[in-house]
Design a protein around this ligand. Structure first.
Ligand SMILES: Nc1ncnc2c1ncn2[C@@H]1O[C@H](COP(=O)(O)OP(=O)(O)OP(=O)(O)O)[C@@H](O)[C@H]1O
Length: 257
């Protein structure tokens, strides 16, 4: 098992964004977290990455409790995320964006950086090699020197994934990766996430595009009003009467079946 959430509750003042939510994610799974607007999905990502401390509950990652660890240490532990709104270094090149993502893997100290020791040069070369491989993986090899903001929308989303992978995570969290994408971009994203899975990375994603989620995910947890409503395979979720009702009752366009 990669991630275990045990009885997570998160209150914001009087609002209970998450109430007693538990689920486990197995190694190598693509796991979907879905639910109507305001269900608590992003809050769950923020709790997993320790941007917010849970009001109560515990998070286990690769057999270790990570509750209370500083957010930047979470990346060192092997969890990396993308955001609902693209957060690239828009004025940097495509390659530089991925190099920055790999920076947290660097082990060189300040002195070796100043004097550019052999070990530091080797490390830089490795970081660059990994960045180049990742750009190939996401289909952006020929865009290395392009300024990030000049990429098309779907390409920027793929670059974000390459940057997240540069930190060599065991668990990748994707917050609405298909949002705003056209059909071709969504198809490319599907292939990319499958390739990420084949590299041995476990994926947890929030997504509103139901056909995409149902096609891509191995298992899914559904949240509704901060509570876990259902968990199962895409087929089980699509046929679950509680889930169908929750979606029919919501005002958004998502369609579960
Ligand atoms: N920082 C915060 N302070 C106060 N309330 C918050 C905060 N973050 C989230 N909430 C509340 O917690 C609830 C869950 O919100 P959250 O953003 O996690 O839902 P979501 O499922 O990600 O929704 P969406 O699909 O619209 O992104 C909402 O009622 C929201 O208003």
């Amino acid at each position: 098992m990669v991630l275990e959430l045990k009885n997570i509750t998160k209150n914001f003042g009087g609002i209970s964004a998450l109430t007693d939510v538990s689920f486990k994610i197995n190694k190598g799974e693509i796991f979907g977290l879905i639910g109507p607007n305001g269900a608590g999905k992003t809050t769950m990502f923020n709790v997993i990455t320790n941007m917010f401390l849970p009001t109560s509950g515990e998070i286990n990652f690769l057999g270790e409790t990570i509750s209370g660890i500083k957010p930047h240490k979470i990346t060192d532990k092997g969890i990396c995320r993308t955001f609902q709104n693209i957060r690239l270094f828009s004025q940097m090149t495509v390659l530089e964006n991925v190099l920055v993502g790999g920076h947290c893997r660097s082990t060189s100290g300040v002195l070796s950086s100043v004097f550019r020791t052999k070990s530091q040069r080797t490390e830089e070369e490795n970081t660059r090699k990994v960045a180049t491989e990742l750009l190939e993986l996401v289909g952006l090899s020929s865009y290395e020197d392009v300024i990030a903001e000049n990429l098309a929308y779907g390409q920027q989303r793929r670059l974000e994934i390459a940057r997240a992978l540069a930190s060599n995570p065991s668990l990748l969290l994707l917050d609405e990766p298909a949002a705003g994408m056209n059909e071709t971009e969504t198809d490319n994203l599907f292939e990319l996430i499958k390739k990420v899975q084949q590299r041995g990375v476990t994926v947890l994603l929030i997504e509103h595009d139901m056909p995409f989620v149902m096609k891509l995910c191995d298992r899914i947890t559904v949240l509704n009003f901060g509570k876990k409503l259902a968990e199962g395979t895409p087929e089980e979720i699509q046929n679950n009467p509680d889930v169908i009702e929750a979606y029919l009752g919501s005002e958004e366009d998502d369609q579960i079946a």
